[in-house]
Design a protein around this ligand. Structure first.
Ligand code: G4P
Length: 536
């Protein structure tokens, strides 16, 4: 195997997804600990006074105690080079999360054992399923009272329509939690209260038939149901198939407690064995081989001002093939230009280190002087690739926004345009009206507050915001159609997006139906033609 191939094959790039509070941050922290990427437990999060995760960059996030931005962390573990994509769990940031999932090759889904599947888990799962990426489930917080493991796995199967294969099985929960039974190796990992830190847990080999030894270890009361459960699983549960796992049809399930660092390392080890090296991305319907082809990458995220010391923007690239060299120039497909990717870096919280090389599977951040948009392709000259399938979502909330100080027109326009380029908001205006008041559409309502905050702190512009009652957005399929000739309900608004496409904002679903009924031949699109998301 060539050195390049070796470097690429040892990479694993995955996203961690969960409903807020299920334990994503805690699990990420423990994984980083195993990689030696952080020194102390609790440095990602945990200090009661200054509680924030390594991935929290913006002030606003810290104030609210939620992760707004997604971050990327790289670490080495037993010969693997691992890229973790952290995804914001808050429901308001789903769009950003969806894009982040485009950069991942598999996903780890963290579920709270007392709560089971929650609304955000559902949304995120759908996106993973759309891409058919493998999903590994970590059922967390077994040290608290939990639902029955059968109930939890059944819920996954019925709600998500996938198979599950429990890799281990919990023995009790809450105060009774005694550990897990490792089905593959037929041994028990015993839980004691002091599992914090990096300690490895020595498994105890124990056959289920060895009643005496089991009783001594976990007690008769827990031994009986364990033996019955495992018999049932072995007899009636799904068969394990790596092929099914890799096709995203069978989710391996692990039980543990991230906070107590219980079950995390065995999870990491089996996860790494089962996941795949960087998967090919498609360009023009053809897969681009990560190893055989030259450097190519796509922009999946743009983030401004992560570090107060550097007032800049960073474009995040997922490398799809080949190797990136810092000193070389690459072709920016959408701009049709050769460019140098300035200050290429990998990120670890607000620490950035400049890198000279990066391989397929890696995520790098590059300085963005305002030339990148989400979904752009960068590659070696002459490669003829253009990656596709970056989902955009129809906004669900709208507001009219204008600046308080009329002198600050330039800053206002620049700020709003840049934030829109990052994909955090979409902007519209009434045809023929100069940009005094603009209409902003967002997927999550908290983005409006982020916009207000960022315009104030980064661009020095105070804004007035008026929330608008629109709920539905439709593009006109025929670009030549004059919307003023249409018969519409009086509260329907005609606007244009930044490309000059005409669209309609409706206050309710029935107004859309009205428009279709009263205007024969009218065709409306839920997404802009150029930006239709991948179909399920
Ligand atoms: P998130 O990123 O998915 O939102 O979840 P996060 O890791 O922040 O965890 C949410 C809460 O759940 C935290 O408690 C965390 O300590 C706790 N937690 C995570 N894993 C476990 C576990 O295995 N067992 C138990 N019992 N708790 C767990 P918090 O009170 O909100 O914060 P903190 O003050 O403990 O940091």
């Amino acid at each position: 195997m060539s050195e390049l191939e070796n470097e690429i094959r040892r990479r694993r790039t995955f996203a961690i997804i969960s409903h807020p509070d299920a334990g994503k941050t805690t699990l990420t922290e423990k994984l980083l600990l195993y990689g030696g990427a952080i020194q102390l437990a609790g440095s990602v999060k945990g200090k009661a006074t200054a509680r924030h995760a390594v991935s929290d960059w913006m002030e606003l996030e810290k104030q609210r105690g939620i992760s707004i931005t997604s971050s990327v962390m790289q670490f080495e573990y037993e010969g693997y080079c691992i890229n973790i994509l952290d995804t914001p769990g808050h429901q308001d940031f789903s769009e950003d999360t969806y894009r982040t999932l485009m950069a991942a090759d598999s996903a780890v889904m963290v579920i709270d054992a007392a709560k089971g599947i929650e609304p955000q888990t559902r949304k995120l799962f759908r996106i993973c399923a759309m891409r058919h990426i493998p999903i590994f489930t970590f059922i967390n917080k077994l040290d608290r009272d939990a639902r029955s493991p059968f109930e939890l796995t059944e819920q996954l199967e019925t709600e998500f329509g996938i198979g599950t294969y429990p890799m281990n099985w919990p023995i009790g929960s809450g105060r009774d939690f005694k550990g897990v039974y490792d089905r593959e190796n037929r041994q028990i990992l015993v839980f004691t209260e002091n599992h914090r830190g990096q300690n490895r847990i020595e498994p105890v080999a124990c056959r289920l038939e060895d009643t005496e030894a089991l009783d001594a270890l976990i007690g008769e009361r827990l031994r009986r149901p364990l033996v019955e459960d495992i018999e049932l699983l072995d007899g009636a549960g799904s068969e394990f198939s790596l092929e099914e796992v890799r096709a995203g049809r069978l989710s391996p399930v692990f039980f543990g407690s991230a906070l107590n660092n219980f079950g995390v390392e065995p999870f990491l080890e089996s996860f790494l064995r089962m996941t795949m090296p960087p998967l090919p991305r498609t360009s023009g319907g053809r897969p681009v081989d990560p190893v055989a082809e030259g450097f190519s990458a796509f922009v999946f995220k743009i983030q401004a001002n992560m570090n107060k010391a550097h007032r800049d923007r960073i474009a995040f690239l997922r490398i799809c093939s080949g190797v990136f060299h810092r000193e070389r120039e690459y072709y920016h497909v959408q701009e049709k230009k050769m460019i140098k990717l300035a200050q290429p870096q990998q990120l670890m919280a607000d620490d950035r280190s400049i890198i000279n090389e990066a391989y397929a599977g890696d995520i790098i951040g590059v300085f963005d002087p305002g030339i990148f948009s989400i979904g752009d392709t960068i590659c070696e000259k002459g490669m003829d690739v253009c990656f596709e399938g970056m989902p955009t979502f129809a906004p669900e909330h709208f507001a009219a926004v204008e600046r308080v100080d009329t002198m600050k027109r330039k800053q206002f326009e620049k700020g709003v345009e840049q934030i829109a380029q990052e994909g955090a908001i979409q902007i519209f205006h009434e045809p023929g009206v100069v940009m005094e008041e603009i209409i902003v559409g967002v997927v999550g309502v908290l983005q409006l507050e982020v916009l207000e905050y960022r315009l104030r702190t980064e661009y020095g512009v105070e804004i007035r915001r008026r929330d608008l009652p629109y709920e539905e957005i439709r593009w006109l399929k025929d670009p030549r159609l004059d919307p003023s000739t249409l018969n519409l309900t009086s509260d329907t608004k005609v606007v244009e997006d930044f490309r000059g496409n005409k669209l309609l904002l409706f206050t309710a679903e029935w107004c859309v139906r009205w428009a279709l009924e009263k205007n024969e031949g009218l065709e409306l699109l839920e997404f802009n033609r150029n930006e239709a998301p991948e179909q399920e």
